[in-house]
Design a protein around this ligand. Structure first.
Ligand code: GDP
Ligand code: MG
Length: 437
């Protein structure tokens, strides 16, 4: 019906449904820049944008209802997938369940041990035991006791014992005797990856066979975080990653790089120094953060608007002056063809509704239409009423089609033109307002 047709026509005139390949490429370039700014390594970012581009073209972003939005969605979905789908929990199946913390000094292991104990105690009604295995600094043992007191969780320590393997074994025995069903082992780290540290954590790991080995990493360390993660994963084959210090202005791109290098889930994030500053990791939320969503959305929209407004303005002017001709028609066809989806042309041509919907549109049909238009003189294209019987015969011959086919196209075009005139005249000012959106 008419309102359907109007909808479709307005759809184009209001500036939706048009985004160019250039736009897609430029947008993705911006996305790539944003990712690199957010500490994603360049190769990962490049692979990522290539992937999105393919998907964008595959899903006909160019002809989608709201390409900008679809584009942003594609980017977000891809990021989310890259960071690992649904949130993954902690394995608590053991009795006790032993959780081993690993990571560099200052990454936030002690703080996170406390946060996790507090989280498991309050959310999962567990009875955790914190274990101080940082034997090198007496202050580290004190620190864990302070944390334990703060959250009301018992801390196991042995200031005489200098072997962290022995401490952790004693602690597990203690937990079994005292009804602790979760044991969280806080270990020592060093400022950089070295053999002594790796040997120590590896020894503990082998001796106690934890249900869960977590790698704690400071998200502010950017690219270094990736190398550290790789080193720890090579040694421990850990189960999950904890990203700390995401409360700062760090954008969290390390999450993507780490995930793509070690392929282990990120399980929790730390968002502050307080014991409550722990969150389950949600890839989609992190994707928002990394993209600085607002930025990218507005970026895409701006690029699209500029293009759309200009095109819509031109088209509107032509319609107003009753100058929409076969050249414009051809232009529309070629644009859509470049985008790859023939059927969508129907929705793109101003005024095309049911009249053309019933016609079976395929590549050949377009070839004919294009051939016919190409065989018209410029005058005929801008003033189709000039096309009389002898001109029809000439056009038919020139385009390798029949007079019937030429007539068919003229008729369709005529319907379209009427449609557009009606929109101009009938609705008057109100209609024009609608078209401007
Ligand atoms: P460890 O050496 O790995 O045990 O690291 P710590 O747990 O001692 O943390 C090192 C520093 O980072 C401390 O000052 C913590 O308060 C701080 N910290 C840990 N996690 C976070 C976090 O999520 N956000 C912020 N802002 N600071 C944190
Ligand atoms: Mg510590």
């Amino acid at each position: 019906n008419l309102s359907d047709k109007l909808d479709k026509a307005l759809h184009v005139l209001k500036g939706h449904g048009q985004i160019t390949e250039v736009n897609v490429a430029e947008t993705l370039k911006e996305v790539r820049r944003a990712l690199v700014d957010a500490d994603v390594n360049f190769k990962t970012a490049k692979n990522f944008t290539n992937e999105v581009k393919e998907k964008a073209l595959g899903q006909n972003v160019l002809t989608a209802l709201k390409p900008g939005e679809l584009m942003v969605k594609l980017v977000k979905d891809e990021l989310t997938e890259l960071m690992g789908g649904d949130a993954e929990g902690i394995n608590l199946s053991g009795n006790p369940s032993v959780i081993l913390m690993s990571g560099l000094q200052g990454s936030g292991k002690t703080t996170f041990s406390g946060k996790l104990a507090n989280y498991l105690k309050t959310k999962k009604t567990k009875n955790p035991l914190l274990v101080a295995c940082d034997v090198y600094r007496p202050a580290a043992i004190d620190q864990l006791h302070v944390v334990g007191d703060q959250i009301g969780v018992e801390v196991f320590s042995d200031r005489e014992e200098k072997n962290p393997v022995a401490i952790s074994q004693k602690a597990i025995a203690y937990a079994k005797e005292n009804g602790h069903n979760v044991v969280i082992i806080d270990t020592a780290g060093r400022l950089a990856v070295d053999e002594a540290m790796m040997n120590e954590i590896s020894d503990i790991h082998k001796a106690i066979e934890p249900q869960e080995t977590l790698f704690v990493v400071d998200s502010m360390t950017g690219q270094d975080a990736v190398n550290t993660a790789k080193a720890f994963n090579d040694t421990l084959n850990f189960d999950g990653v904890i990203l700390t210090k995401l409360d700062g202005d760090t954008r969290g791109g390390a999450a993507i790089s780490i995930k793509s290098v070690v392929n282990k889930p990120i399980k929790f994030i730390g968002t502050g120094e307080k014991m409550e500053a722990i969150d389950v990791f949600y890839p989609s939320r992190m994707a928002d953060r990394i993209l600085g969503m607002g930025d990218v959305v507005s970026l895409v929209e701006r690029a699209q608007e500029q293009y759309d407004e200009e095109e819509a303005r031109k088209l509107q002017k032509k319609i107003a002056k009753n100058q929409f001709g076969f050249d414009d028609f051809l232009n529309q066809i070629q644009q859509v063809k470049k985008m790859g989806n023939m059927k969508d042309l129907i929705g793109m041509i101003p005024g095309a509704g049911k009249a053309m919907k019933d016609i079976d549109i395929d590549d050949d049909a377009f070839k004919h239409i294009e051939a016919i238009i190409h065989s018209m003189t410029p005058e005929e294209r801008s003033t189709p009423s000039l096309i009389n019987a002898s001109r029809k015969r000439r056009i038919g011959k020139g385009s390798g089609t029949s007079v019937t086919q030429v007539n068919q196209l003229l008729k369709q075009f005529d319907q379209m033109s009427k449609m557009m005139k009606m929109m101009q005249g009938g609705g008057g000012k109100k209609m024009m307002q609608m078209m401007r959106g």
